[in-house]
Design a protein around this ligand. Structure first.
Ligand code: CFM
Length: 574
């Protein structure tokens, strides 16, 4: 049996207890690290969110969950376009580790549809290319790939060494485009380019906009025609949303980027409205399409039953059509009615339980809605790589400092298209809608949706997660594979919110039911009480490698003794 849980930090008020938890996390760090981390560990105030030190370089020594710029560009935003042939220019490791590691699944729509996603193509850069340059090998790889597959388009992704040795991937792409007569384009998305994968999203957005958007002006024939941006079909999420929208009579031209083809992406500029799911990874493209083509965008969220209903109503309101509004209300009523028995049953079992969510740049916010559906509160949350606006809301955009790292990423200038700019609504229509409470281009941010005194932690480390478990006792933590087993070894279930632990979909009403059942199973399995966290068995080990003379001298280091380690082993129950 697991021993009693550690008591909460003693404090008079909820606010003081929250602060004490964060202080306990910071205590183990050297003074300089603690000062830096303190800007990323906050006690929430939803009405006036405090400023968070987001999108800054990871503190050295922190066990971060973040990925690299290449991962954000190749892996997240462009990689899921299934009939582009994606070539990683670099040593084989980068290609290998981005091979089918994200569950952005694809289902061919028509017989003969092309799907290259099961392949990993790389130029396999070797010492010779690092020394003498890799452009020739890249051109050769493109020729070879074209000869075998005859794709419509080829994309090239630069990894770290490519930037260091200065290969001009863009000129190779231009030459090969001419030679082969197909679309070939490249991305300068070297892993080190930004502080996280977020830089890769921005680079990818720019590339999609420059090389694909606008190539086909023929719109799909549909009365209500939209794009779904920032939805990647992890575990089938995009399919669940598409099915729901189809029931309402809403057509999706392209989902960027989930189960989507090159041809679909080429005509995204022909729709009436852009809806944005994951704001972090794709807000750039929504903005650029509005400027160049006059397509407005709205934020939606299909994660959570209530959130789904709200998003459907918002899309219907945009079109100002009674027919659509009536149909949407029918679909919501049916979805909610079907969901009710499951939701009620699970709510009765899970109500009052506490969740903590640390993931990515979007889901730490959107998944709070699913927990709220079944009466669970999110007591702590944070993103890996989001920016201040994802925490504090888009109102802070003008006050975000542009630092050297952000300056590294190309900002492309977009102007109204001389022939194709066509405002979908007149400024007067938009103003009238806004006066009626409709919000365009708005994203409130995570903190406004969280309770007062909940904890907000950016780029969380393993040490901080351990302290959170020890001091706040969340009943479940949502995170990724880098933390999953650290958390579960402490006796707390961990739901992976990147890969979904091989489950999903979790969007729309069907996905909500799927998620409630999964969370109930995870919370109520009896296995957890047999796991004893290490902090209950043995004292914290500490070590100082280099002593900073400005800091107080550390006490004698408690180096583990064999005797103590043996004793701690004895504590493990049979
Ligand atoms: Fe957007 Fe994503 Fe996310 Fe993201 Fe990602 Fe992802 Fe994510 Mo993993 S695009 S920010 S870069 S919702 S891969 S599908 S789960 S970290 S929260």
């Amino acid at each position: 049996m697991a021993p009693e849980k550690a008591p909460l930090p003693v404090a008079d008020t909820e606010a003081a207890a929250a602060k004490a938890t964060l202080d306990a996390m910071l205590k183990a760090y050297p003074a300089k690290t603690a000062r830096k981390r303190a800007k990323q560990l906050l006690v929430n105030n939803p009405d006036n969110p405090p400023q968070i030190g987001a999108n800054t370089r990871t503190t050295p020594g922190i066990m971060t969950q973040r990925g690299c710029t290449y991962a954000g560009c190749r892996g997240v935003v462009i990689g899921p376009i299934h009939d582009i042939l994606h070539i990683t220019h670099g040593p084989i490791g980068c290609g290998y580790y981005s091979w089918l590691s994200r569950r952005n699944i694809v289902r061919p729509k028509n017989a003969g549809d092309t799907n290259y996603l099961q392949y990993a193509m790389s130029t396999d850069m070797m010492e010779e290319q690092i020394i003498f340059g890799g452009e020739k090998k890249l051109a050769q790889a493109i020729r070879e790939a074209y000869a075998i597959f005859k794709p419509k388009a080829i994309s090239i992704y630069s990894t770290c060494p490519v930037g260091l040795i200065g290969d001009d991937v863009h000129s190779v792409a231009r030459n090969m485009k001419e030679e082969l007569g197909i679309n070939v384009f490249a991305f300068s998305c070297e892993g080190y380019k930004g502080v996280s994968q977020s830089a890769g999203h921005h680079i990818a957005n720019n590339g999609v906009f420059k090389h694909m958007v606008g190539l086909n002006d023929t719109p799909d024939e549909a009365e209500f025609n939209i794009n779904l941006l920032g939805e990647y079909n992890i575990g089938g999420d995009a399919w669940a949303i598409d099915e729901l929208l189809r029931k309402c009579g809403i057509h999706v031209t392209a989902t960027l980027s989930g189960d989507v083809s090159y041809d679909q992406v080429c005509k995204v500029h022909t729709v009436q409205l852009n809806t944005v799911m994951c704001h972090r990874s794709i807000n750039y493209m929504a903005e650029m399409m509005e400027k160049k083509y006059g397509i407005p965008w709205i934020k939606v969220n299909f994660v959570g039953a209530e959130a789904t209903a709200k998003s459907l109503r918002k899309i219907a309101a945009y079109f100002e059509s009674k027919k659509l509004t009536d149909r949407v209300e029918e679909v919501i009523a049916q979805g909610m009615a079907e969901l009710k028995p499951i939701r009620d049953r699970i709510t009765a079992r899970c109500k009052g339980k506490k969740a903590a969510i640390f993931v990515g740049g979007s889901r730490a916010h959107s998944y709070q809605h699913l927990f709220a559906d079944i009466g669970m509160e999110t007591i702590a949350a944070g993103y890996e790589f989001a920016h201040r606006d994802d925490y504090e809301g888009r109102v802070v955009l003008p006050t975000i400092k542009v630092d050297a790292d952000s300056r590294n990423i190309e900002e492309i200038t977009v102007e109204q298209d001389p022939t194709r700019y066509k405002p979908r609504k007149t400024p007067e229509q938009m103003k009238a809608m806004e006066d009626g409470g409709f919000s365009f281009k708005e994203y409130q941010g995570m903190m406004a949706d969280m309770k007062t005194n909940s904890l907000v932690i950016d780029d969380i480390s393993h040490h901080e997660i351990e302290k959170l478990v020890e001091l706040r006792h969340p009943d479940i933590i949502c995170s990724g594979i880098k933390d999953k087993f650290v958390i579960e070894k402490m006796g707390v279930p961990c739901k992976q919110l990147h890969s979904y632990d091989y489950g999903g979909p979790y969007t729309a009403f069907v996905g909500a039911a799927n998620f409630y059942l999964e969370i109930d199973r995870m919370l109520h399995t009896k296995i957890w009480k047999y796991v004893v966290p290490s902090w209950m068995k043995e004292p914290q080990l500490q070590a100082t490698l280099i002593h900073n003379p400005k800091e107080p001298k550390p006490k004698a280091d408690p180096i583990p003794t064999l005797k103590r380690l043996a004793a701690s082993e004895d504590a493990i129950p049979e």
